[in-house]
Design a binder for this molecule. Structure first.
Ligand SMILES: [Zn+2]
Length: 272
């Protein structure tokens, strides 16, 4: 594996350049003359020490493995101890434009369809987006898109990120802690096996999605995992209401766009 290919999208915080240089010297990595700061991402052990993943230009492309001198038997003491996921810049900009409350259910689905389409157009992930809102008032707690290929994390599905951001927003792992303030997870497509489990533990009170899992698999080729046939009944037995099919036709258009991009080589089918 090329050292430059996997970590080249990791950008160094300029404020931490001095610390980066100190660590690189200690680890025995030689820096080529004129190498950009962002090139610190070529060494994986440094990514949680001094870097942030923000989708930077792949400025480390000029590096080659010959430019690096790996320390021997030093990896055990440099294991990664944390990770983080940050929404892409275009979505952070969009968040500022979204209303604070999205009371209309058609609007909620319209927004996730639009964000999913934008995500593949921007090249920042798969064709999926999610919102967490207060079920009744529509107060927006979080919005997210799929970032699996962008951040190289298999768990970075839109639902996982949206639920996590919402929990961080209220400062609790339990989105159902206040019975008077139930929350809805709104997605452009049915959750996969991983996200199905996560939403059960999240305390969410309601799930609404557009396209079915069968449509996702048929159109895109994604493997949605071993979702049990009685999954809706399982959710409802735990007090999670399920609504499906609103604006499904618009959701299918996004999935078809993604399939076309995979066929032409401009998008990645990261499982299935
Ligand atoms: Zn998922």
């Amino acid at each position: 594996m090329s050292l430059t290919s996997k970590y080249a999208n990791v950008r160094l915080d300029p404020r931490q350049t001095a610390e980066r240089d100190l660590r690189i010297r200690r680890l025995g990595v030689r820096i080529p003359p004129g190498a950009p700061n962002s090139a610190c991402g070529v060494f994986p052990a440094l990514t949680t020490l001094c870097c942030s993943t923000v989708g930077a230009p792949r400025t480390a492309a000029d590096w080659s493995s010959a430019d690096l001198e790996h320390p021997v038997n030093n990896h055990d003491s440099q294991l990664v101890t944390e990770f983080s996921i940050r929404l892409p810049g275009w979505l952070r900009t969009e968040l500022a434009r979204l209303p604070g409350h999205i009371a209309d259910r058609d609007d909620r689905i319209r927004i996730v369809n639009e964000l999913a389409g934008r995500n593949i157009a921007e090249g920042t992930g798969g064709p999926f987006a999610a919102l967490v809102v207060e079920r009744d008032s529509g107060k927006l707690l979080s919005a997210a898109v799929n970032l699996v290929p962008e951040v190289d994390l298999a768990l970075a599905h839109a639902e996982m990120i949206a639920l996590s951001l919402a929990q961080a927003h209220i400062g609790s792992w339990n989105l159902g802690a206040d019975p008077a303030r139930a929350h809805s997870l709104v997605i452009n497509a049915q959750p996969c096996a991983m996200c199905l489990g996560a939403l059960i533990w999240s305390g969410i009170g309601e799930l609404e999605f557009a396209a079915s899992g069968a449509d996702v698999e048929r159109i895109t080729g994604f493997d949605e995992g071993p979702v049990p046939p009685d999954w809706r009944e399982q959710l409802e037995s735990r007090g999670i209401a399920v609504h499906a099919g609103r604006s499904a036709a618009e959701a299918l258009v996004v999935l078809q766009d993604f399939r076309a991009r995979v066929a032409e080589g401009s998008a990645t089918l990261y499982n299935g």
